[in-house]
Every structure is written in C-alpha cells, then in structure tokens.
Design a protein around this ligand. Structure first.
Ligand code: NAP
Length: 650
C-alpha cells in the first residue's frame, strides 16, 4: 500500500502524476540542487540502491556550490535521477510505502555525507511532513481535555512568532487575541523597508514547516515577498479577525486573585484601556528597537538622518553626500543599492564582518529547480532538510571552541581555522587589486564570533566604486553638518543613515511586566535576561516568551524552527494546565538556574561566546544573552513536551 507524498501546506497543491517528457525532465535536472536529489528519489521510489557511496557529498565542502561534487559526479547523479524519474512516471507515478526508520536514517546519512542520523529521524519525519500531516499541531483541544473550563490567551505581536502561536492556539480551540502595534501583520518584514532588504536564510528553510511554498521566487526572498507570505498565512489560517491592530502594549501585571494577566494597551488614537487573559505570550521579536550609536551629538545633525529600520523614503539620495554608519547585515544589503544613486557615499566601519560566499543570494530560483520542487514529490522537503543540516547542526563543528587550540585569536579550533582560511581566500579574490580594501576587510576575530554576512559580490563591488569610500577612522561625534572622526576632522554630509542595529538584549522593552509579588521583570533580570528554554521565567506564571533569551542562532538554522519548537512547548504547558485543572504554571527557579548555567557554559565554548569581539549577541556585561549554543536537535528534544517536575502547578 502506498501513501501520497504530499504537504500540509495551503500553498502546495496535491502532487500530480508525472507527465513530463524525457527532454523536459533532463532539462529541469540541469537546474537541480543535487545533494538532496537522490535521497528524495530513494524516499519516493523505495530504491535505496540509488544511494551510491561514491556520490555522497563531503560534509566539509557544504558551503561550496553543489557541495563540491565533481562534474562527473554531478552528471552521474543527473543520469540516475533521470532514469528513476522516467521509471516512476512510466509506472503510473505511484510512490513507495514510507521507508522504515532504519532506511530513513540511511537516506539522511547519504544526504548529509555520513555520520549516524538515527537520533534525527523523528525530528526529520516531523519537520518535513512528507506525508501531508502537520505533526506539530497540538492534536488535542481544550474542549476535549478540560470541558467547561474558560481560558484565553493574549499574544503580543503579529510577526512570525505571534502568528504561529495564534495558529496553534486556534487548533487547540483556545480563544486568543493578538495585540499588534502596527497596522498589519509581518513584524520585521513589515517594518524594514530599506532598499535591498531580504532574508539571509534560504526561504525553503525560513518558512513554516506546515506552510511550505514550492514557488519561492528567490532563494533568499525580498522583504515584500516575505511580508506577502506572512500576510497570506494570517489569512489562510483565519488569524486576522483575532488581531487588534494599532494597539500598543504598555505593560502587564499578574493578578494572583483571579490568576490572570492584566494588560494595559494604548490605541492609535491614544486611548488607554485594559484587557485580561489567563495566559500571556510575548512574541515581540528581538530586532525591532533601533539602536543609535553611543556617540556625542546624535540628534544634532541638521539634515535628514534615519535608521535602516525606519527608512525615510521621502529623502532623495540622488547626487547627495551620504554617510552610512555600520557594516552589519542591514548595511550590507542597502549600501549596494544606494551606492549607484548617491553622489558620494562614505561607509563607516568599526569592525569588519566575515562574508560567506553565496553566489545565489540575489538570484531567482531557476525554472528547472522550481519544476523539480513542484513535480518530484518529497524533493522540496529533502532540499529543506539539506539546508537545515548544512546551516545547522552540520555546521556546528566549525564554530565550536577547542580548548587545546593554540592558533591565535583569529580562530577557535582547527576546523574554525580552515573556515577562516577559506573566507580569507574569498576576500582576497573579491578585493584583488585593492590592498587597501582587503586590509580593512579581514576580521581579526574568529568566523562566527559575529553574524556572518552573505556575499554575492555586491558589497565589494559597491566599495570599489569611485564615489564610495570605506572609512575606518573611529567616530567621535555627530555634528550639525556631519560627522567628526576620532582624529578630530569634520566631514560634511547631506544625509546620515544609521545601520547601527538594534537594542536586542533589552528583551520586552519598553513594556513593564510585573509578576508574582509585584516583581518587575526588568528589575528581576537586572540587565541579565534569562528564561527556561527561552520560554518561561520563575515568578511569572502562565507567561511565555517566543524568541526569548538564548533562542537566537548565529550561523545555525532558522528562527522559525525555534519558534515552532517554542510554540509546541507552550501548548504543552497549556495542556498541563488544563489537563490537571491547574490555575497556574510557574517554572521552578532551580530548574531555570541550572538550565541557564548549562547554556552559559556552552556558549563560552562557542566562537561567539569565547571571542572578545563585541556583538549584539552579548549584553553590557559581556554575557551571551541571545544565542542557543547546543544542537538544533537538542532544542527540539527539550521542547517536545514540558516535564511537569520542572514546574510548580497549583
Ligand atoms: P548589527 O549587525 O548590529 O550591525 C550594526 C553595525 O553598526 C555594526 O557594523 C556596528 O559595528 C556598527 N556600529 C554600531 N555603533 C557604532 C559606532 N558608534 N560607530 C561605528 N559603527 C557602529 O545590525 P544590523 O545590520 O541591523 O543587523 C542586526 C541583525 O538583524 C543581524 O545580525 C541579523 O540577525 C538581522 N538582520 C537580518 C537580515 C536578513 O536576514 N537579511 C538583514 C538585516 C538584519 P560593530 O560591529 O563594531 O559593533
């Protein structure tokens, strides 16, 4: 008996019988991403003989196009794939029965180029939803497990995580309201409108597991495409009617008497009021409070000045003298766009970022590859797994600290040093003939100590332009006419653009959240935000964070994955609450503290924790408040369901 390989996504139709001609199939395969191709066909047809040992990828070459497979290997993979597809078509397009767990692990091992993948089988099976089932859905409803119990939730924020939480609460039949300060859904993808804004995590990975698309126009889509995706999800999943737009949350207090959160809100017209619910979920994101540089005179500039996340589209940059402060992920996207427009552009760099070669960064997905996603059942899912692995747990070895390593401050292990060498070689190539730019471009800190930036050549091309200067003098002040550098020189500009990032470690600011015994969350944290699994905080019952402390990633993975795990965990907590007829659920302080000690120790052994270079991953005391240092598998395992022993339930 066979079962269709399909998707739970509303954006993906049911698989159709394959009718393409031999020539059409061969033409499409020319565009295919090859590492996941034979695994997908082995899964689809049940023929594990397709997984030839000599066609396995080399995991160390994961960053190279086609994972460094030779031309001969590529040709053989395409030939095998063609034969398998033609046979599948000619036999009536019937997929094989799902593989055994053992065979699924074998297919995964081939896909990633070796190692034992048995531990990952349940995660993969669920994450990829091969057989059309949304396996992260709660699978229970409040009415079933607690008939007659009235419970409702308030979600703060209608970005990626808030929509996700809403969808799952809806599936569990728990009434919810989303409070959203903006007039539309989408969070960061609504707010960031700067030129060139796009995602830096491939879309086939940066998307909900249960709402995959096979027709992403780009490998790394632009902000408008992503905004459209989240809007479509809000509509498809019926979330929009539950959102109060233009509603800013000012604060929230826990009320012990009736075990509810009282939430103060301000409407767009300035009217303040209060709403209440038993459950409060913060889905406010980390990167939405623009940070201006901590230098004298900010605000004194007489001309137009704006932050990348508050782009002032009314300012015409044509022919103007423009200063950009910052060379992070945002500046790396908008500088190449404005360089040809500005009269003169000065880019102020304090610390050079590492750039990861990504030739397909701005390229559309080729027609052949799109055909493969749409017509080869399970191929899109295997491709997603391949990205998940390559950018996730498969990349961790290259960024983990070897305590015995004595190779200097520029790397943290032999593997990290190899990454460094490859990246330096890439920079040497990019800046050939420009030793001045090359000298300024090579970081003195280890790869992955700060966020790596995707590079398809647009950034070096912009810096090489005659009208662009990369300036590495420190900045001393903003003046009414421009900027003063540390050497005391004044530089006049018409426009200043701050690409200076966000106040990321000020979680939940500026809201005032008060828990049991009147404890203020920010006073409690005292600048050291922590939560259990990034989700629950002792003394703040029935309160849950998404994208909370230590759930961000540097190189490894997609934040949507973390949110899906976090939301499932929250739903598990609500099940505990309802199933046991408890009023409150409060994480035990000792469990929370032990967890955080483990996370801090593990972060110290990662490139981003060990290196002394500054980054938005660390708070003012230098502790890594943002990042998850363990495997993606570990986060999934730990968030599968809450352990009742971790919580005080009353
Ligand atoms: P960022 O990575 O924090 O970069 C801020 C930049 O401003 C850095 O180059 C920083 O230099 C510089 N800076 C700050 N204060 C300065 C000063 N006083 N003088 C000179 N330079 C100063 O911020 P971002 O680029 O907005 O990116 C933040 C995060 O948002 C990213 O890491 C990423 O997670 C996310 N993001 C993602 C995308 C995407 O997916 N495509 C795009 C944009 C942003 P230092 O390095 O020396 O601190």
């Amino acid at each position: 008996m066979t079962e269709a390989v399909t998707s739970p996504s509303p954006f993906v139709g049911a698989p159709q019988p394959l009718t393409a001609s031999d020539d059409e199939i061969r033409a499409a395969l020319l565009d295919a991403e090859l590492p996941p191709l034979l695994p997908a066909l082995a899964y689809l047809t049940g023929d594990l003989g397709l997984l030839r040992e000599h066609l396995k990828v080399d995991p160390l070459l994961g960053a190279l196009p086609q994972c460094g497979l030779s031309d001969a290997q590529q040709a053989e993979i395409r030939d095998l794939a063609f034969a398998a597809l033609a046979a599948y078509r000619d036999a009536g397009s019937l997929p094989a029965a799902p593989p055994s767990e053992h065979d699924l692990a074998r297919i995964m091992e081939h896909c990633v180029g070796g190692g034992s993948m048995h531990e990952y089988v349940p995660l993969l099976d669920e994450e990829l939803a091969f057989r059309g089932e949304d396996r992260r859905a709660p699978g229970w409803t409040a009415a079933e497990i607690a008939p007659g119990r009235a419970i409702s939730a308030i979600i703060i924020g209608a970005g990626m995580s808030g929509l996700l939480a809403a969808h799952r609460l809806g599936q569990a039949g728990i009434p919810f309201t989303i409070l959203e300060k903006n007039d539309d859904v989408g969070g960061t993808w609504l707010e960031n409108t700067y030129p060139g804004c796009r995602v830096d995590n491939p879309n086939h990975n940066y998307s909900y597991s249960f709402a995959q698309r096979h027709d992403w126009p780009f490998h790394f889509s632009t902000a408008d495409v992503l905004h459209g995706y989240f809007r479509a999800c809000a509509d498809e999943f019926g979330i929009r009617p539950h959102i109060r737009f233009g509603t800013e949350v000012l604060g929230a207090q826990w009320s012990e008497a009736d075990a509810r959160w009282r939430v103060q809100i301000r409407a767009a017209d300035g009217t303040e009021s209060e709403v209440a619910a038993e459950v409060l979920i913060s889905a406010v994101g980390q990167l939405n409070r623009p940070l201006l540089p901590d230098i004298e005179g900010v605000g004194t500039f007489a001309g137009p000045a704006f932050h990348s996340a508050r782009w002032d589209h009314s300012v015409d940059l044509a022919g103007k003298r423009v200063a950009v402060i910052g060379t992070g992920a945002s500046a790396a996207q908008f500088v190449p766009e404005i360089a040809p427009v500005a009269g003169e552009l000065h880019v102020f760099q304090r610390t050079p970022p590492w750039f990861a070669p990504t030739p397909e960064y701005r390229r559309p997905v080729g027609p052949g590859l799109r055909w493969c996603f749409a017509n080869i059942p399970s191929y899109a899912e295997w491709n997603r797994f391949w990205i998940f692995w390559r950018m996730g747990d498969g990349a961790l070895e290259g960024v983990r600290v070897d305590p015995e390593w004595s190779g200097g401050p520029g790397s943290v292990s032999a593997a990290n040093d190899l990454v460094r060498m490859l990246l330096v070689a890439h920079l040497e190539n990019e800046y050939a003939g420009r030793p001045d730019l090359l000298a300024a471009a090579i970081p003195d800190y280890p790869p992955a100590a700060k966020r790596m930036i995707r590079d398809d050549g647009a950034w070096p091309r912009a810096l090489r332009r005659d009208n662009v200067q990369l300036r590495t003098e420190g900045l001393a002040a903003v003046t009414p006419t421009g900027l003063r550098t540390a050497d005391g020189a004044d530089h006049d500009y018409d426009v200043i653009i701050y690409g200076t990032g966000f106040a990321a470690s000020h979680f939940l600011a500026p809201m005032r959240v008060t828990g049991r015994d009147g404890i203020d969350l920010h006073e409690h944290w005292a600048g050291e935000p922590r939560a259990y699994l990034g989700v629950t905080v002792p003394g703040f019952p029935n309160f849950f964070c998404l994208y909370g402390p230590n759930t961000n990633i540097v190189i490894n993975g997609s934040i949507i994955y973390f949110s899906e795990c976090g939301v499932r965990y929250i739903l598990g907590c609500l099940r505990l609450l309802l199933g046991g007829d408890h009023r409150t659920l409060d994480v035990r302080a000792d469990v929370h503290d032990a967890f955080n000690a483990e996370i801090d120790a593990a972060n110290d052994l990662m490139a981003w924790g060990a290196a002394s270079v500054n980054s938005w991953y660390k708070n003012a005391s230098g502790r890594v408040t943002q990042n998850w240092p363990l495997t993606l598998l570990a986060y999934w395992q730990r968030t599968l369901a809450p352990d009742p022993a971790d919580y005080a339930l009353d």
